[in-house]
Design a protein around this ligand. Structure first.
Ligand SMILES: [Zn+2]
Length: 477
């Protein structure tokens, strides 16, 4: 139980942000960056389209697009503390010569970014070779990344709204967003592994569009971070540089094995954090003679057992009936290098409500950027819970109220499930039974597999469904 007043909601809502919707001019670009974990919203329901972009936000957004390590650290600047959400990106961008501070030694993290500064940042980050603001603004206009102002100028001293910055950034990353896709595929290259994911953007957080194989020819245009923008089979997208070469590989002998993959962990390095809510002096919700902390520990142990039969590594935040803090849970997850985080709860509302619900956290402007991933994880968990127990569907909801520490403070895709109401006469018929708890543990296991299979495009999880005689869900996200 976190609390029980969440509105019932469709689990397949097509939009997250009320200020973006389906018609906003920057809608495609904002959701593209969201899918790739490059941006989040300013609240559970708002992207903040009209807010001005600050220098720290710009550093984080561009740094994520380059795949830089955003781990917080000490910086060269007295006005950027280690605790600043963007400290890792700011220092890395400084070290790479992409961004710099002011003459007085400060960085000005809260200062708004000008269009001229943005042009310089994008030009340096994506290697356009411009050495002045004028050259950078020209490069952006020539490439169709900026169309300039109505008077033909670039407006280099003007500030930028978040929606417009999203458009510039998406166009810089992926030329298919440019008005005149002014990009040349100048070089022939070859894929040197099998089963290589062809992704929509330059990280494994972006969805896969399909697979390419050893010896496949692609046409190369440019590089973003460690990824190449290429055309293959009539589609444009991104491949990791490690799997591209200039000469055609020998296809008569087996290709080198695609593991270890630098950007996509092998299955036996994927860590699933299983977080049974409450414990010890914190019983959680109670009802019908049952106590939440015991129920969720039991289900978590079943979920853990299913993962133990696979190469994936399950890690439980608590393994017995003792109290742990919310901080401990997220710190444990970070220390164990979790790849997904699932928190298990039962709900309660004086016996007056029933059903299943899954939460994720969409307000991640300065902390967890994994909004789209968390949402997809939540969708697949909720669908499997519905399949397991015949209870009403309260939907998948961005957690926009209250304090949901374990979702907000996490640095990995995270979801919190409420498997049913412990004080409901209907739901307790499932909650009370050991056999049903085992089914729920399996449902949560399968939901995580569905997330990896459908969202991350990982076909290497397919054999794991066979262990329990199951198969992947429909694609739902
Ligand atoms: Zn709870």
């Amino acid at each position: 139980m976190i609390f029980a007043l969440a509105p019932a909601n469709s689990s397949s809502a097509s939009t997250l942000f009320s200020d973006v919707g389906t018609t906003h001019r920057a809608q495609a670009e904002i959701y593209y960056l969201l899918d790739g974990g490059i941006t989040g919203g300013i609240s559970a329901t708002k992207f903040g389209t009209d807010q001005l972009v600050t220098r720290e936000q710009a550093a984080a957004l561009i740094g994520r697009s380059l795949g830089l390590n955003g781990e917080k650290r000490a910086t060269d600047f007295p006005d950027v503390s280690t605790n600043n959400f963007a400290s890792g990106y700011i220092q890395q961008m400084v070290d790479k010569g992409i961004i710099s501070g002011f003459k007085d030694g400060s960085f000005g993290p809260k200062q708004t970014l000008t269009r001229g500064q943005m042009a310089v940042l994008i030009s340096r980050a994506y290697n356009y070779g411009a050495t002045s603001t004028a050259a950078a603004t020209n490069a952006l206009m020539e490439k169709g990344i900026s169309l300039g102002m109505e008077d033909g100028s670039f407006g280099e001293d003007l500030t930028i709204k978040r929606a417009d910055f999203a458009v510039f950034l998406a166009r810089g990353i992926n030329a298919s967003f440019r008005k005149d896709a002014n990009v040349t595929f100048s070089r022939e290259m070859f894929v040197n592994v099998n089963d290589l994911n062809f992704r929509q953007g330059p990280s494994t957080d972006f969805p896969s569009m399909g697979k390419l194989n050893n010896g496949d020819k692609v046409e190369y245009a440019y590089t973003i971070g460690q990824w190449s923008y290429v055309r293959a089979n009539g589609q444009t997208g991104f491949l990791h540089n490690a799997y591209l070469q200039l000469t055609k590989p020998d296809t008569t002998t087996p290709p080198p094995t695609p593991t270890p993959v630098p950007t996509e962990k092998p299955l036996d390095e994927l860590v699933v954090i299983i977080d049974p809510g409450h414990g010890g002096t914190d019983p959680g919700g109670t009802g019908n003679g049952f106590v939440e902390k015991n129920v969720v520990l039991n289900v978590a142990r079943h979920m853990n057992s299913y993962f133990q039969a696979t190469p994936l590594k399950p890690k439980m935040t608590r393994t017995g009936d003792y109290f742990i803090t919310l901080d401990y849970r997220t710190e444990f997850a970070a220390r164990e290098k979790g790849d997904v985080f699932v928190s298990l709860h039962t709900n309660a509302l004086n016996g007056s409500a029933n059903g299943q619900e899954t939460f994720y956290y969409a307000k991640t402007a300065s902390t967890n950027p994994n909004v789209a991933q968390s949402r997809a994880l939540a969708i697949y968990l909720q669908a499997r819970m519905q399949e397991a127990w015949d209870l009403s569907n309260r939907g998948v909801n961005p957690f926009g109220y209250g304090n949901l520490h374990v979702l907000r403070e996490n640095t990995m895709p995270a979801a919190l499930i409420e498997m049913g109401f412990i004080d409901s006469p209907k739901d307790i018929e499932y909650i009370k039974l050991e056999s049903q708890r085992k089914l729920m543990g399996k449902a949560l296991y399968l939901g995580v597999l569905d997330y990896y299979y459908h969202y991350k495009g990982r076909e290497d999880v397919l054999p794991l469904y066979n262990i329990t005689g199951d198969s992947p869900s429909k694609r739902l996200h």
